[in-house]
Design a protein around this ligand. Structure first.
Ligand code: F6P
Length: 357
């Protein structure tokens, strides 16, 4: 068999560990050939296809390296492909045929909900044999308890809170940490608990700034001279909008809610506030152990699915086991923080406020 592998969408820690696992399982386990396609499905748009044969020697030492050696992109939807002149056109057939140009029997696509959705559509249209592997720091893909990159992002945010705590205490300040996660609050919730935040603001629970301030005032009255607030980038007050920023290329991304919250706290309580926006630091760097384990388990299982001829499936992590589910099920179920989630209960039990009543 000749298997292709590509990384698509935003990068995260652990992608190289997946590529390594795919190559090792395919070559050592089955004697298959593996080709890495560059820059997601972009690599299929050129002739010859922009791909490289990968041997176990090529992936040696990759288990702990951040980024992706295959590169990636979160632009260039084949169905709405940039034409180089400012417009877009459907290049799905050209890109879809790149799979056959390379002589592939199967493709392992590593992506989040957006890119897995696009690859699934392409696979159906062009007749690819596709197996998906979930990766996203946002952890918002359905039917998998964990996606690659999430635990590493949580670790980075937790370490940031640890560092902010001591400087906050030194200056009697309220520190606000804005973290990523798109429309899901998983990073803020997990890091907030792990890093000892006093306030956690997530998109799933609209916050009332008065309640946030009351909580901080109570802490001050009880002798605590500093506080930590962690804010997910899409958090919002009931009456407010989500904070967006327009980038130079005209694209919009979440950003700015941390400053909004910090300013509101300073105005209402008189506390000295400072804001840290963690940004892409959460995506870079070495994967934590759990992401390396997950990446290895997913990579091996994805190759096994190819060998069994089970396609249109995504590997998933459920109850400490790798299972496989239809790709459509995963992308069709947006996994936001469930308000009955035990971690929400845990946070409330610790006396952390979400800014709600
Ligand atoms: O989906 C991953 C993610 O890092 C989000 O948490 C964030 O909102 C977005 O991607 C940032 O995208 P970009 O890398 O294009 O700035």
């Amino acid at each position: 068999m000749r298997i292709g592998v590509l990384t698509s969408g935003g990068d995260c820690a652990g992608l190289n560990a997946v590529i390594r696992a795919v190559v090792r399982r395919a070559v050592h386990g089955y004697g298959f050939e593996v080709y890495g396609i560059h820059k997601a499905t972009h690599g299929f748009a050129t002739r010859p296809v922009d791909a490289v044969k990968l041997t176990p020697g090529d992936v040696s030492g990759l288990v702990g390296r951040g980024g992706t050696v295959l590169e990636t992109t979160n632009k260039g939807d084949p169905f709405d492909y940039p034409d180089g002149a400012g417009g877009h056109q459907d290049q799905s057939h050209l890109i879809g045929q790149g799979y056959f140009e390379l002589g592939l029997d199967a493709l392992i696509g590593i992506g989040g909900d957006g890119s897995l959705g696009i690859m699934d559509k392409l696979a159906r249209q062009e007749g690819w044999n596709l197996v998906g592997i979930p990766k996203t720091i946002d952890n918002d893909l359905g039917h998998t308890e964990a996606a690659i990159g999430f635990q590493s992002a949580v670790q980075v945010a937790t370490e940031a809170l640890d560092r902010l705590d001591v400087t906050a205490a030194s200056h009697s300040r309220v520190m606000v940490l804005e973290v990523m996660g798109r429309d899901a609050g998983h990073i803020a919730l997990n890091a907030g608990i792990a890093g000892g935040a006093h306030v956690i603001l997530i998109p799933e629970i609209a916050y009332d700034i008065e309640i946030v301030c009351q909580h901080l005032e109570e802490r001050r009255r009880s002798g605590r001279n500093h506080s930590l607030v962690i804010v997910a980038e899409a958090a919002k007050a009931p009456e407010g909008d989500r904070r967006m920023q327009t980038l130079a290329q005209g694209e919009q991304r979440y950003g700015g809610v941390g400053q909004r919250v910090a300013d509101a706290i300073a105005q209402r309580t008189g506390a000295e506030t400072r804001v840290t926006v963690l940004g892409h630091v959460q995506r870079g760097g070495s994967p934590v152990a759990m992401d390396r384990v997950l990446a290895s388990a997913f990579g091996v299982a994805a190759v096994d699915l190819c060998a069994e001829g089970k396609f249109g499936r995504m590997v998933a992590w459920q109850h400490r086991k790798v299972v496989d589910i239809p790709i459509g099920d995963a992308i069709g179920h947006y996994q936001a923080v469930d308000l009955d989630d035990c971690l929400v209960t845990t946070a409330r039990g610790l006396g952390i406020t979400f800014g709600d009543r």
